[in-house]
Design a protein around this ligand. Structure first.
Ligand code: TPP
Ligand code: MG
Length: 896
């Protein structure tokens, strides 16, 4: 700002300022804005100023005279807000009093945000009702006590439930933070892992526009509000997608950033100003920025600030000081803020120290907040961010208000409670204060009636999550007939098979429109470019240019009605778009069937926390980890070759995972997923790996469906063989080989050599999911433990591998621990091969040798087991190793 520079010609400065003043007086602010814009343009053009500033002075963006007036009863609302504040404090303090419980809870975040929420609840947040889908509110996770408190006062939650804050195990509890999984009819969006709320909100607004644009539903009157902390904006996810929101003109999106200037340890920007930093970033990204810095008690002072000294002081002070002023009080503020110059001191000489403390911050002034929201909801083709300055621990007094430790404060002492009670007129006598009782006015009190009326006018309660979903008629397996048949001589990859399936699904009469293919700039990698033309790429503005490949069949077609979401190189963004689509059954009462296809390594590993939140959100949809496998994605390297995404996926309780080999397996799995998620309406989501290795696919063996879904089925029956060991006959001894993904093909090759060269019987099992097998096994063994008097149940793995005997050997393209998961349920000796270690580039053949998962190592493992049973000798193995080119001194892939 020019203020910070020496003014070398004050007379000239004054002339310019006077000229500006008279334009504003005579022709209005619009005109002044235009002229300044022209001046800046000219200065930039002549390169006398490299760029015009994106920052404005440290004051409210909306001038006082343009504020839209809050229509309600401010005293009533203040009283209600006081009651909500009280109960929020009470529930955390009461949880803290449970002996030995140590449950924690936060009070300071909500105390700073109470007005921001209240104005929303009283005037803006529309509940879902007949004819309106409702606004979508992403609540700041740590403010949950305040949201529960309001629901309690509204009569939606009981005192007993409040007393169960953070005690959920026995039912009827309230979750510490917003978790749809734990409170499915209440919370819509999990937000507490910082950064996930903001990015999810952006893509939520995007997908809502997409639905409207495609004509599938009308969301044009619905808003997405995201409340976040100023400290939270440090997360890359918080700001990483704001450019997208600006570009897509998401005027259905409003961010409210609670700028209490503090995070957990201390100031967010002690040496700077978070509000101005964010202003520049958001304005540059194409957002409307509304700063709500000062409350109305500053209005008179600012109006009197003719020569800009007060403004100059406001501009130069850093956040660390602003925290101080509030924490240390009126006298301190007079001395250190206004004390900068005699003129400033004079401006406040008529104010007492208490009056100075009453100079409120914008985010605590309902009028200023109302004016900001009223402007934000008027769509003008841009998303809006409101930067509201608040005080962390507001109204908690010396022990917590604007203190560095405030985030972790969980209680007030008795004196603190007294003054809090008095300040907000809570009718609780001194002798009851100790137990911090809840306070709810009588059902027919003015307060309750007022609240009810406001919410009724806005369509119903918030937050509220729709639990029921529409039932879709999903295609049965016959619709996938093409995928169930052999490809004959044609070699294709499972990725290709997937692309055929999704293309076919898009044409399905019942559900075709609901399929949402999502890619993060990888469609060509997966051979999906045919879909550009077939279904089109969604763009809010269509296609404003002639695509350079328009003369080709598969040209890059962007369209306002495009079905595919091409999210660019942002896995977090594409996943967030998937999440919005995967929860559309609840949020929009319109089930969508999203398929997000990506490089498998850049999935759970890259955005694991979002995938976890998707489980919490009860997302329903498909994730396709393409080009999967440590050795199957051959040319790439250490950062690309995935040998563990199935392990990461298995950490998410409601994620169902598969690693299929054949086209028919993929078809059966996807059909079953459609049935479970959209017909049976189970809150699970699917993770399926597909590969880029081409090979031929056989017909589906008759009756394999059930086994494919359960996780394994017998692909090759080796038949009975008899062996003689030390003169004793071993009957029905077989080697059982297990394989998954493309490595199954190595396993099948090994089986053939073992049969041909060693004359042993070999069964081959296709394992479509070690993860699902383990879940079944764990459930069985748990049931047996819990029911000692009942007949034992047998796990699916045990069932499959019983009846005959012989060693069991598994090989996969994933870490050994992946196949090792079922060891407990394998009723015989079990040996696993896997791809532990860092990937590297080479041919598939070399990689599979390097990682010791190919046919030769499967054979080595099998021979080793046969040796243990006395069927082959050490010499036989040594000879075989030589023949197979396995050097006994080969490096261990885990160590290099
Ligand atoms: C990803 C992640 N990292 C860290 C935390 C721990 N944490 C919880 S609240 C908090 C400080 C939040 O500060 P701010 O965003 O300014 O919110 P305020 O409480 O000040 O409104 C931190 C670091 C978290 N919840 N999520
Ligand atoms: Mg903060």
């Amino acid at each position: 700002m020019s203020h910070h520079k020496e003014d070398t010609n004050p007379v000239e400065t004054k002339e310019w300022l006077d000229a500006l003043g008279s334009v504003i007086d005579e022709e209005g602010a619009e005109r002044a804005h235009f002229l300044l814009g022209r001046l800046a343009e000219e200065a930039t053009r002549t390169q006398s100023l490299p760029y015009a500033t994106v920052n404005t002075p440290y004051r409210n963006t909306i001038p006082t005279r343009e504020e839209e007036k809050m229509p309600g009863d401010m005293f009533m609302e203040r009283q209600i807000r006081g009651i909500i504040r009280w109960n929020a404090l009470a529930m955390v303090m009461r949880a803290g009093k449970k002996p030995g419980a140590d449950l924690g809870g936060h009070i300071s975040t909500f105390s700073s945000a109470a007005t921001l929420y209240d104005v929303g609840f009283n005037y803006f947040f529309r509940g879902a009702s007949e004819g309106h889908g409702g606004d979508l509110i992403y609540f700041q996770g740590h403010s949950s006590p305040g949201i529960y408190s309001r629901s309690f006062v509204e009569g939606r939650l009981s005192a007993e439930q409040l007393d169960n804050f953070r005690q959920e195990v026995n039912g009827n509890g309230l979750s510490s933070y917003p978790h749809p999984w734990l409170m499915p009819d209440y919370w819509q969006f999990p937000t507490v892992s910082m950064g996930l709320g903001p990015i999810a909100a952006i893509y939520q607004a995007h997908v809502m526009k997409y639905l409207t644009s495609r004509g599938l539903m009308d969301n044009s009157d619905r808003k997405v509000w995201a409340f976040l902390g100023d400290g939270e904006t440090d997360e890359p996810e918080s700001l990483g997608a704001i450019g997208k929101a600006g570009r897509e003109k998401l005027d259905n999106l409003i961010f409210v950033i609670n700028c209490n200037l503090q995070r957990l340890d201390g100031p967010v920007r002690g040496n700077g100003k978070i509000i101005n930093e964010l202003e520049g970033i958001f304005r540059g990204a194409g957002w409307n920025v509304i700063k709500v810095v000062w409350g109305r008690h500053w209005d008179a002072l600012l109006a009197a600030d003719k020569d800009g000294l007060l403004q100059q002081r406001m501009d130069e002070v850093v956040d660390g000081e602003y925290i101080n002023y509030w924490g240390r009080g009126g006298a301190y503020t007079r001395e250190h803020f206004f004390g900068k110059s005699p003129e400033l001191l004079k401006m406040v000489e008529h104010l007492t120290d208490d009056d100075i403390m009453n100079l409120n911050r914008g985010g605590h002034d309902p009028f200023k907040v109302y004016a900001a929201y009223a402007q934000a909801v008027k769509s003008n083709g841009k998303p809006t961010v409101i930067l509201a300055k608040t005080v962390k621990g507001y109204a908690f007094g010396a022990s917590a208000e604007a203190q560095n430790v405030t985030h972790s404060v969980k209680k007030l002492d008795i004196e603190g409670l007294k003054s809090f009670r008095d300040r907000f007129n809570i009718p609780i006598p001194d002798d009851q204060l100790e137990s911090v009782p809840y306070y709810r006015p009588a059902e027919d009190s003015l307060e309750i009636r007022y609240m009810r009326k406001r919410r009724e006018a806005l369509g119903g309660p918030v937050p509220k999550r729709r639990v029921e979903a529409q039932t879709l008629q999903v295609p049965d397996l016959s619709a996938f007939a093409a995928q169930m048949q052999s490809t004959k001589d044609r070699e294709i990859s499972t990725t290709m098979a997937f692309v055929r399936i999704i293309s076919a699904l898009c044409k399905d009469k019942e559900i075709g429109q609901r399929i949402v293919p999502i890619v993060p700039d990888e469609a060509r990698t997966f051979g999906m470019e045919g879909m550009f033309r077939q279904v089109g790429i969604y763009s809010s503005v269509g296609q404003l240019y002639e695509p350079m490949d328009s003369n080709q069949v598969m040209y890059y077609r962007e369209d306002t009605k495009g079905q595919m979401l091409e999210e660019g190189i942002s896995e977090a963004g594409a996943f967030s778009a998937w999440l919005a689509a995967a929860t559309s059954y609840s949020v929009n009462d319109y089930p969508l069937i999203p398929f997000y296809i990506y490089y498998s390594m850049f999935g759970f590993q890259r955005i694991g926390d979002l995938a976890w939140a998707a489980g919490d959100s009860q997302a329903r949809g498909f994730l396709i980890g393409a080009t999967a496998g440590r050795t199957t994605l051959n040319g790439e390297g250490l950062q690309h070759q995935d040998g563990h995404s199935h392990l990461l996926a298995s950490t998410i309780p409601n994620c169902v995972t598969y690693d299929p080999t054949y086209s028919y397996e993929l078809a059966v799995i996807i059909q079953d997923g459609l049935r479970r998620m959209y017909q049976e309406k189970e809150s699970v989501y699917y993770y399926i790996t597909t590969m880029n290795e081409n090979y031929t696919h056989p017909d589906m063996p008759a009756g394999a469906e059930a086994g494919i879904i359960k996780g394994m089925y017998l692909l090759e029956d080796g038949g009975a063989k008899e062996y003689k060991v030390q003169g004793k006959a071993l009957t029905d001894q077989r080697i059982r080989l297990l394989g998954s993904g493309t490595i199954l093909r190595e396993v099948r090759a090994a089986a053939q050599i073992l049969r041909d060269d060693y004359k042993v019987a070999v069964d081959v099992w296709s394992v479509t999911s070690f993860n699902e097998l383990r879940k079944d096994g764990m459930a069985t063994s748990r049931w047996n433990m819990m029911h000692p008097t009942k007949k034992e149940k047998v796990s699916y793995v045990t069932k499959c591998l019983s009846g005959v005997s012989g060693p069991v050997i598994a090989s996969t393209d994933y870490m050994k621990v992946h196949a090792d998961q079922i060891r407990e349920f394998v009723p015989d000796t079990y040996r696993v091969l896997g791809t532990d270690g860092f990937g590297r580039s080479d041919t598939r053949e070399n990689l599979r040798h390097f990682f010791e998962v190919n046919r030769h190592f499967v054979m080595l493992a099998a021979l080793t087991e046969l040796k243990a049973r006395g069927i082959v000798t050490a010499e036989t193995i040594a000879k075989a190793m030589k023949a197979m080119g396995i050097n006994q001194d080969k490096v261990d892939p885990l160590t290099v």
